[in-house]
Design a protein. Structure first.
Length: 158
């Protein structure tokens, strides 16, 4: 199984990068992992009404980097919530259905364009709370790791 994470922008915070590196390393036992970063679009000062333009430009970059034949899951605050066991079950069901490539998509600070949202096979909300898109990358990796541990029937906490 290949898990792709297509995300806008780079992570600058060292503590987040360390967490991402740790969960990326742990996931190697369960899947191939690709983290694909696309450039963020600078938000113009006095950007009233320009949010759609920014999301559109970032969206084009995102869509260009999604691997072919990939099941697309966008992370969006308006998406459907899921438990950790639900995510594990969903990944396992996708495998049974023949999907060997799942792509999770994380937008920039303004979110995702309508085009990206419409291209998704599933819209997922990780929480009703708001997190930075940098934090979401770490939280998502931890949840994917937890899902594979659940699928394998392995304990998570030692």
């Amino acid at each position: 199984m290949t898990i792709n994470i297509v995300t806008v922008g780079k992570i600058k915070e060292d503590y987040i990068n360390r967490g991402i590196a740790e969960f990326s390393k742990r996931l190697l036992k369960y899947c191939n992992l690709n983290i694909i970063e696309v450039a963020h679009e600078n938000i113009p000062k006095n950007s009233t009404g320009q949010a759609d333009m920014v999301k559109s430009k970032e969206g084009k970059r995102i869509l260009a980097r999604i691997p072919d034949n990939s099941y697309k899951i966008v992370l969006d605050v308006k998406g459907k919530p899921m438990t950790s066991k639900g995510l594990a079950s969903s990944i396992q069901n996708l495998q049974v259905q023949g999907w060997s490539n799942i792509t999770f998509i994380i937008g920039g600070s303004l979110g995702l364009s309508e085009k990206v949202l419409n291209e998704a096979d599933y819209q997922l909300s990780l929480s009703h709370m708001t997190f930075t898109h940098q934090m979401i990358r770490l939280i998502l990796l931890e949840q994917i790791y937890r899902a594979f541990k659940i699928i394998a029937g392995e304990p998570y906490h030692k």
